[in-house]
Design a protein around this ligand. Sequence first.
Ligand SMILES: Nc1ncnc2c1ncn2[C@@H]1O[C@H](COP(=O)(O)OP(=O)(O)OP(=O)(O)O)[C@@H](O)[C@H]1O
Ligand SMILES: [Mg+2]
Length: 467
Amino acid sequence: MNPFRKVGVRLSLAVAAVVLGALAVVWIALVPTLERRLVNGKIAQLTQSARALEREAAAAGVDEDFVDYAAHATGARVVYLIPITGASQTTMLVNADSLHLGLSNDVVKDPLALRASSTGKLARGRVSRDGTSYAEVAVPDKNGNILLFSSSLRDTLANDNLVSTRLLWAGLIALAFAVIVGYGASSAFARRIRRLEHAAERIAGGDFSEPVVDPRRDELGELARAFDRMRLQLAQLDDARRAFIANASHELRTPIFSLGGFLELLQHEDLDEATQREFLVTMSEQVQRLSKLATDLLDLSRLDAGRVRLELEALPLADAAGDLSSEFAAVAQRQEHPLDVVVEEPGVATADRERVLQIGRALIDNALVHTPPGTPVRIVVRGPELAVEDDGPGIPADESEHVFARFTRLPGTRASGTGLGLAIARELAELMGGELRLESEPGRTVFTLALPAAVGEPEPEPAAVHA
Ligand SMILES: Nc1ncnc2c1ncn2[C@@H]1O[C@H](COP(=O)(O)OP(=O)(O)OP(=O)(O)O)[C@@H](O)[C@H]1O
Ligand SMILES: [Mg+2]
């Protein structure tokens, strides 16, 4: 990987850039100002002393002793210059020099002395001579001669250099520190991100066995915990998918095997007409079972994919109960179950008519199939609720949730069903914004479909319909 694409490298470069920027700002803001302040301070100090000494000079006159005295008092070189005005330019003659050089020609062209001489006013500033900087003050006396104070700035500038050098070193150390700490910290982060990346790849590859662990309490830790929740959910879904495929294949295999067996018998055996008819009846039952299973599986796959479209309407539940009762009248009679509709409280629900009938069919089918012949079954309307009650053996309390799971058949149940009826019914009920509840005890089982009530719809008159 290109090293500049690594988070660690990028972050430490960013930190280095920030430190360098801060250093540059400090440098630009501090170093020139510091130098200017130091030089100006020195010139101001020299000006003050020069003014005081000028007054003494006016009283006592200037000679070799005076310049020595003034040099001693100010710590500067003091030169007394006499301007000589020629035809084209003014030159200076050194009258006395505290350095006693004998050759004081270096100051005869001093710009500040010349300026003070031409203006007759005190001149001060910074002057460079032979590669050295000086703070200088030139004061004219009453004769027009110049008293020049010149103090080397070497020490002052050395102080300034010292500060700059220290600043530079401190900056470099801070930079190195920032880069090392930034790289270390971001590499640790990058390692944790890489661990998450590997975990994501593992999960994407279908391996849900290894937990995603990052015990820190920061955002990455939170992300890892969210990943782990996702892993568990995906593992659950994967288990459910496998179980679903295994169950569905098993349910499909049984009737197909049975049909194959009957076909073989019909082809190869010499059977009398009555036996043939009996076989055909059983075969048509198996075909019905297969087609119901296919419909149920299709419903489930649509529910899973969220592709079940609802046509919601204001549905008077007494009408739906009446339709269901007429539909099942013949079957109920054949199985000797009295089937009644009881409208305790009329109600209008907002629901999809076909889906409500589908749920009702699953519930009535169960009440007829899973109860002994002769026991009554009631379809009850209570406001926006449609209940199917039976007086059968009931469902044990510890199975009351389990019966809604896909492919669940309780022990001792007739083997014809596939255990999908209640699962589909509950999912459809929830899709319509309602719920499917179960209350059961030995001798009485009630499945209640509770739906959202339609607002503002007139309620039909109560009427009891009997099958
Ligand atoms: N009214 C009832 N009384 C007693 N047991 C019931 C009743 N309704 C459902 N059960 C139990 O719950 C199980 C699941 O019911 P469900 O309707 O989901 O499946 P099924 O009836 O076996 O098959 P199918 O998919 O054909 O409906 C049934 O197998 C049965 O054991
Ligand atoms: Mg059923």
